[in-house]
Design a protein around this ligand. Structure first.
Ligand SMILES: [Fe+2]
Length: 147
């Protein structure tokens, strides 16, 4: 390969690498965002009322039997669901481990709440993490479920 051809090919590869870099970084943006939580339960902000998730689950379940868990977003006011502003992701954690995830691809037609069906073998702590496409990532208060 002549030097001139080598330089031409190198320039093309560099341009492709630069043009795809934003796409590659877009997928990791959520992981780098801070996770917000309710700061003062006696004085929640409007953003907190609409974004902090609420885990709804039975206080006691039978070992190994399926039960429903609903995650409401937000815990005091329903989060909007419009084509430009919606809850695009809800994760359910059991004892700190992510066990399920709902991804809403578009606003307007998808609810801001999520429904899960799980089972546990021992007492557990449930939490939810929800992501708003405009207002970031929010964590629920933990909810204990006895067996
Ligand atoms: Fe929002």
């Amino acid at each position: 390969m002549e030097r001139r051809e080598f330089l031409k090919n190198t320039a093309i590869i560099g341009a492709v690498a630069l043009s795809t870099a934003p796409l590659l970084n877009a997928g990791t943006a959520k992981a780098e965002e801070p996770i917000h939580e309710l700061k003062d339960p006696n004085n929640p902000s409007t953003l907190e009322k609409k974004h902090v998730p609420l885990v709804q689950a039975p206080k006691r379940v039978k070992k190994g039997e399926w039960f429903d868990v609903t995650v409401k977003v937000g815990y005091m006011l329903p989060h909007p669901s419009t084509p430009g502003h919606w809850i695009d992701d809800i994760k359910l954690l059991v004892n700190g481990k992510e066990v399920s995830e709902i991804e809403n691809k578009a606003g307007g037609t998808t609810s801001s709440d999520g429904c899960f069906k799980i089972r546990i073998e021992a007492p557990a702590v449930l939490e939810a993490i929800a992501h708003c496409n405009l207002h970031g990532t929010w964590r629920s208060a933990p909810v204990k479920v006895a067996v």
